[in-house]
Design a protein around this ligand. Structure first.
Ligand SMILES: NC(=O)c1ccc[n+]([C@@H]2O[C@H](COP(=O)([O-])OP(=O)(O)OC[C@H]3O[C@@H](n4cnc5c(N)ncnc54)[C@H](OP(=O)(O)O)[C@@H]3O)[C@@H](O)[C@H]2O)c1
Length: 239
């Protein structure tokens, strides 16, 4: 893991930050992408730099719905190569289908699905030069099941899952491993906003997802792991 460079989107969020910390502990260089909350991203990057000497930590606030920014910032970000791309940024949305306006639908699709496609395309020339190239997409249990009031979010994650399955097969012979992790409810700001009734007890923690990412990156054996679902320990079903 030492000296690999990992690009992580949504790095200022709960899961992205936990992934960044776990990769930093292993000596990975980090390129962190965040969204419009530039301060949150900068704070994350500065805290990582302070805690982990000897790794490079670059950060780029970037609205992932804006193709031009994504392309130009990725080119800057990839200047020292890219070994790992983690498409983690995401937007949740909960509303009856008739109240989901098309602008919102487009935004959810762009962040959750279209941006990972664009970033994959941009990363491929660099990944092909790496001996440990991996792409990890963070989907959700909603990529596998349908839940009421989540049609836009669910559709975007189904699309991400389908895309991941296809490129996993397409890129395998090029030495690029592609995985998808589908967690149930993870205790981050996203879930705290969507489900303020939940306390976090028995829930999946961001570190559980980060540990799974680490496991995938460390285990490049002949056994290929394509899809991992993480369910919470609690008995009640949860999206
Ligand atoms: N939490 C859960 O229960 C859960 C369960 C299953 C799957 N997931 C998935 O896990 C991933 C991470 O979620 P999380 O729980 O860590 O959420 P979070 O804490 O809300 O973080 C979301 C991240 O995505 C970024 N983001 C949002 N819109 C963006 C945009 N337009 N351009 C660039 N970045 C943008 C945010 O940046 P800003 O804050 O700057 O906007 C933030 O860094 C998502 O893909 C989510 O769908 C979450």
């Amino acid at each position: 893991m030492k000296n690999l460079t990992a690009v992580i989107t949504g790095a200022s969020g709960g899961i992205g930050r936990a992934i960044a910390y776990s990769l930093a502990k292993e000596g990975c260089n980090l390129v962190l992408f965040g969204g419009t909350n530039a301060k949150k991203l900068e704070d994350t990057a500065l805290a990582l730099k302070k805690e982990f000497n000897g790794i490079a930590v670059d950060f780029y606030p970037c609205d992932l719905t804006d193709d031009k920014s994504v392309i130009s910032l990725f080119k800057k970000a990839a200047k020292n190569g890219v070994d790992v791309l983690i498409n983690n940024a995401g937007l949740a949305y909960s509303a009856p289908v008739e109240n989901t306006d098309m602008q919102t639908f487009d935004r959810i699709m762009k962040v959750n699905f279209r941006a990972p496609v664009l970033l994959t395309k941009e990363a491929l020339p660099y990944l092909r030069l790496s001996k440990r190239a991996s792409i990890i997409n963070i989907a959700s249990v909603v990529a596998h099941n349908g839940y009421p009031l989540q049609s836009a979010y669910t559709a975007s994650k189904h699309a991400l899952l389908g895309f991941t399955k296809s490129i996993a097969a397409e890129l395998y012979n090029q030495g690029i491993r592609v995985h998808v992790i589908s967690p149930g409810g993870v205790y981050t700001d996203m879930i705290k906003t969507a489900r303020p009734d939940l306390t976090g007890e028995d829930m999946i923690m961001p570190e559980d997802v980060a540990n799974t990412v680490l496991f995938l990156l460390k285990n490049r054996t002949n056994a290929v792991i394509d899809e991992i679902r993480l369910h919470r320990a609690a008995k009640q079903p949860f999206s």
